[in-house]
Design a protein around this ligand. Structure first.
Ligand code: GAR
Length: 207
């Protein structure tokens, strides 16, 4: 029976294994979840998440950036796929590709990303090494709206984990990943339901 909820159409952009993508697909199965995953797009033909998406019955497209003459041409192809899927929200889930200001602007307030650190700490790559080098005792993940500055957009949700004695970048990455999935599903629900909106460079929350 239909729950009557108006689900927002979501496309997920990936570059690799897609464990966060899978978490969103699984969360979106719940009748009362305010989003449905309608397409998965990878910028790499061998991204493992493509096959996983297909096994979940989700349309999955490889749009390898290497096959396009420019960033602009690649983004035009991604935009076409998003339009064809009638996507209303874009989730970046391990999408390791910087986007142009034009693309980001076109999706402002409707594109979100998960980053494996407690922003604004440790932007960019190798966040777990950065955390260990800095000697912090808590680390974690952040879901934020995507804006022109890398890893800088307004924060929607964060989860902290402890840094334990003897941690390596790998053990810390696993502990962070174990909270990324729930955090991303929670953040997407807030955005898709309109309870978290981007306004004047901030995230505004309502009940
Ligand atoms: C995740 O840890 C995600 O936070 C990170 O890539 C991994 C992708 O894993 N994203 C970034 O570093 C973005 N700057 P997944 O493919 O299993 O979701």
């Amino acid at each position: 029976m239909s729950s009557g909820i108006q689900k927002k159409r979501v496309a997920v952009l990936i570059s690799g294994r897609g464990s966060n993508m899978t978490a969103l697909i699984e969360a979106a199965r719940a009748a009362d979840y305010p989003a449905e995953i309608v397409a998965v797009i990878a910028n790499k033909a061998d991204a493992g998440g493509l096959e996983t998406a297909r096994t979940h019955g989700i349309a999955a497209h490889a749009i390898p950036h290497r096959e396009y003459p420019s960033k602009q041409a690649h983004e035009a192809a991604v935009s076409d796929a998003l339009r064809a899927a009638k996507a209303e929200i874009v989730c970046l889930a391990g999408y390791m590709r910087l986007m142009s200001a034009e693309f980001v602007g076109a999706w402002e307030g409707r594109m979100i990303n998960i980053h494996p650190s407690l922003l604004p700490l440790f932007k960019g790559l190798h966040t777990h090494e950065q955390a260990l080098d800095a000697g912090v005792r808590v680390h974690g993940c952040t879901v934020h709206f995507v804006t022109a500055g890398m890893d800088e957009g307004p924060i929607i949700a964060q989860t902290a984990v402890p840094v334990l004695n003897g941690d390596t970048a790998d053990t810390l990455a696993l502990r962070v990943l174990s909270v990324e999935h729930e955090t991303y599903a929670r953040a997407l629900a807030l955005v898709a339901s309109g309870k978290a909106v981007m306004k004047d460079g901030r995230t505004v929350f309502s009940d």
